[in-house]
Design a protein around this ligand. Structure first.
Ligand SMILES: NC(=O)C1=CN([C@@H]2O[C@H](COP(=O)(O)OP(=O)(O)OC[C@H]3O[C@@H](n4cnc5c(N)ncnc54)[C@H](O)[C@@H]3O)[C@@H](O)[C@H]2O)C=CC1
Ligand SMILES: O=C(O)[C@@H]1CCC=N1
Length: 266
């Protein structure tokens, strides 16, 4: 049967199962899940009655033609080595793992291999999934995987050389922006009598509204700043401080992420 198998039912695996099923892209009888812990397999079976649960990764590989690897990068080699002997070679492997190249994957499974970088914000139907197909991926698999992931948000095709930088923006980005919201709300609450939960709510709404404004108007961030920061006014004082310190902070953060990206699967 042409089932979609998902190995690993952690943050991404569960988000994908929920997204594919809630969107109607797949039915429960078209999905099989395998995960190392009994608890996560039981949680999946409880959340989606009728879904396929495989006791082992090999059982899943026998039942599915599209196999999504939603395990951590350091587990990828072990999982692929484990399942490859029960595969007949015409399956499509979809790896979510940051830092594991198409060459690495094709070295373990010399067939149709695609790298996909989802984002946690797809849980609320927002954000961009990155897709990078390997050399052996045919038209049927290309359309199948792109169609599947477009059911949970936007899909953008990216060359493998651009994948690390694009991953930082689209997939690590929610974590980075959550940290910024937390810091802005925390600093405002510390400097005032504003209750922290209220500060967090206002900061979160403002970030969502700012993103919507930039997206809808197409205005450059610098132009928006000029519109907000009345000459000699309040915003100007804050933006000035940020402009002095943030380039160094962001250069450091991006360098650290790129370095980790190269090491994460080793
Ligand atoms: N969390 C995120 O926002 C994103 C994660 N990714 C990638 O997705 C992958 C999964 O990340 P998370 O879901 O965050 O990790 P996680 O740690 O939440 O989930 C991993 C799951 O894999 C299971 N697992 C571990 N070893 C296994 C094995 N040998 N066989 C079967 N199941 C096994 C674990 O029990 C767990 O359920 C990683 O490769 C990561 O690089 C990609 C984009 C975004
Ligand atoms: O932090 C990570 O390693 C994963 C990959 C991209 C987003 N989360």
């Amino acid at each position: 049967m042409d089932c979609v198998g998902i190995i690993g039912y952690g943050h991404m695996g569960s988000m994908l199962v929920n997204g594919f099923l809630a969107s109607g892209a797949l039915r429960v009888d078209e999905v099989v899940v395998a995960s190392r812990s009994r608890e996560s397999r039981d949680a999946c079976a409880g959340a989606w009655p009728g879904i396929g649960i495989a006791a082992t990764n090999r059982e899943l590989a026998r039942r599915c033609r599209t196999i999504i690897l939603a395990v951590r990068p350091r587990e990828i080699r072990g999982v692929l080595n484990e399942i490859v002997s029960v595969m007949d070679g015409d399956e499509q492997i979809v790896s979510l793992a940051a830092g594991i190249s198409l060459d690495d994957l094709e070295g373990l499974f010399p067939g149709s291999v695609t790298r996909v970088v989802p984002t946690v914000t797809s849980a609320v139907g927002q954000g961009t999934t990155l897709i990078c197909h390997g050399r052996q991926v045919g038209m049927h698999d290309t359309l199948r995987v792109e169609g599947l992931f477009s059911s949970i948000g936007d899909v953008v095709l990216v060359g493998e050389d651009d994948l690390p930088a694009a991953t930082i923006l689209s997939s690590c980005g929610p974590g980075l922006f959550a940290a910024i919201i937390d810091e802005l709300a925390g600093a405002t609450a510390r400097a005032s009598g504003l209750p922290p939960d209220r500060a967090l709510m206002l900061a979160t709404e403002t970030v969502a509204a700012t993103a919507a404004y930039l997206r809808e108007t197409g205005e450059a961030p610098g132009d928006l700043i000029e519109r907000v920061a009345t000459g000699g006014g309040v915003t100007e004082a804050g933006v000035q401080r940020l402009r002095e310190r943030l380039p160094g902070v962001f250069d450091e953060a991006v360098a650290a992420m790129l370095q980790r990206y190269g090491a994460v699967g080793k």
